[in-house]
Design a binder for this molecule. Structure first.
Ligand code: AMP
Length: 206
C-alpha cells in the first residue's frame, strides 16, 4: 500500500506516519527528517537546503525529487511530500498512490502546538510539552538524548510555514480529491483518535 499524508506543519503527520508505518508494515519516508539528516551531516544537499528550511520556505523541487529517487519502489507512507503540484506530478510518474489522508488543523492550533514541540537531538523523537511531555524534563524517554526546539518552530517561522502550506500545498489536496483518493481528518483530536480513524480508512475490512 502506498499512502500520502497531507496537512499543515504540526498537524501530526510525523507521529501518525510513524504509528501507521509500524502497524501496517510500510516504510515511513519523511522528507523533513531526511533533509534534517543531510543538514546534520553537512552534505552538499544539506548545505543547499538549510537556508530555505530555517526561513520556513520550500527547498527547491529538483533537490527533493533527487533525494527521493530510488526510495519509492516499495510500499510507503509519505510524510511531508508532495508539498506542491509539481511534486505531486513527479510522484505520479514513479508510483501509484492508493490513499491520501489529510490532517486538518487551524493556524492558531498549529502555532500553539509547534511552539510547544521539542525534538530529541539523538533519535529525532518528537514531544509536546502540552500534550505529550517526556517523563524527565528536557530528556528523551527513548534514548536519553537532549530535547531541543527546532530552528523553524519559532512563532514567526511557523506562520511563514503555514502560509507556504496554504499557498503551495492546498492545490495538492485538490489534485488528489479529483482522483478520488483524498480523505479529510480532524487533526485537532488526540493521537489515538486520529490513529484509529486513519486505520479505519486504510484498512476498512479490519
Ligand atoms: P517538515 O519537517 O516536514 O515540516 O519539513 C521541514 C522543512 O523541510 C520545510 O519547512 C521545508 O523547508 C523542507 N521540506 C520538507 N519537505 C519538503 C518538500 N517535500 N519540498 C520542499 N521542502 C521540503
Amino acid at each position: 500500500m502506498k499512502v500520502v499524508l497531507l496537512g499543515p506543519p504540526g498537524a501530526g503527520k510525523g507521529t501518525q506516519a510513524g504509528l501507521l508505518a509500524e502497524r501496517l508494515g510500510l516504510e515511513h519516508i519523511s522528507t523533513g527528517d531526511l533533509l534534517r539528516e543531510e543538514v546534520h551531516k553537512r552534505t552538499e544537499l544539506g548545505r543547499k537546503a538549510k537556508g530555505y528550511m530555517d526561513r520556513g520556505e520550500l527547498v527547491p523541487d529538483d533537490l527533493i525529487i533527487e533525494m527521493l529517487a530510488g526510495r519509492l519502489n516499495r510500499d510507503f507512507i509519505l510524510d511531508g511530500f508532495p508539498r506542491n503540484l509539481r511534486q505531486a506530478e513527479a510522484l505520479a510518474e514513479v508510483a501509484e498512490v492508493d490513499r491520501v489522508l489529510d490532517l486538518e488543523l487551524t493556524e492558531e492550533e498549529v502555532v500553539r502546538r509547534l511552539s510547544a514541540r521539542r525534538v530529541c537531538e539523538g533519535c529525532g523523537r518528537n514531544y509536546n510539552l502540552l500534550t505529550n511531555p517526556p517523563v524527565t524534563e528536557g530528556v528523551c524517554d527513548a534514548c536519553g538524548g537532549r530535547l531541543i526546539q527546532r530552528e523553524d518552530d519559532r512563532p514567526e517561522v511557523i506562520r511563514r510555514r503555514y502560509r507556504v502550506y496554504e499557498e503551495e500545498t492546498a492545490p495538492v489536496k485538490e489534485f488528489y480529491r479529483r482522483l478520488g483518493l483524498l480523505a479529510e481528518l480532524d487533526g485537532a483530536r488526540s493521537i489515538e483518535e486520529v490513529f484509529q480513524e486513519a486505520l479505519q480508512l486504510l484498512e476498512p475490512s479490519r
